[in-house]
Design a protein around this ligand. Sequence first.
Ligand code: GAR
Length: 227
Amino acid sequence: MIAKLPALGIVISGRGSNMAAIVRAAQCGALPARIAVVIADRAAAGLELAQALGITTETIPAREFADRTAFDAALAAALDQHGADFIALAGFMRILGAVFVGRYRGRLINIHPSLLPQHKGLHTHAQVLAAGDASHGASVHFVTPDLDGGPVIAQASLQVQPADTASSLSARVQQLEHMLYPKVCGWVASGRVQLDGDRVLFDGLPLDQPLIDSITPRTRHAGGAVC
Ligand code: GAR
């Protein structure tokens, strides 16, 4: 009997380039999951991209809800209706409440454009330049009620160059994200990565620090896909 692939729900707010990298990885078999649905909280450009990739989409317009609790409940209902076993936030720009986060604890991951715990919040590329950091990158972490503060699973990094601007850093970090995020989704889908209290387990053993991915843009395949 062929085992059923776990179902991944992806939640976006914007362009959806990370979502597309995850979808492509699932479609070529590099990520052992099926994409159940892509949901946006607004008329995000990434919805058309998802549809072009043959994925079911939903829009749950946040501004039509009275408060965060009501929006979170609608989002959870949609994810459950589509049978999402785990959820990847991919450029989702809203804060989720503790009830939502608790409901999906250990099954909810996010990608953040910095080497957490450095530079939480918004405008991370400008934060890196203002701080004069030598390195920068992206982190994938389990989501907890602590904003951008959940246990980090893995990171990919780059060296900041003297000529870098916020925009060049954004582009370079996104190249890393498109390789890192599908890979981590695969680890979560296959059960290799798990949340145990406040620790991340990899193959059943606690991580002392995030996995550092050695991927570089040089190893990137055409189009940024992982396969
Ligand atoms: C990504 O760089 C992601 O790390 C960031 O938004 C971008 C979305 O791009 N996420 C956050 O800042 C979350 N706080 P995309 O829509 O093209 O994937």
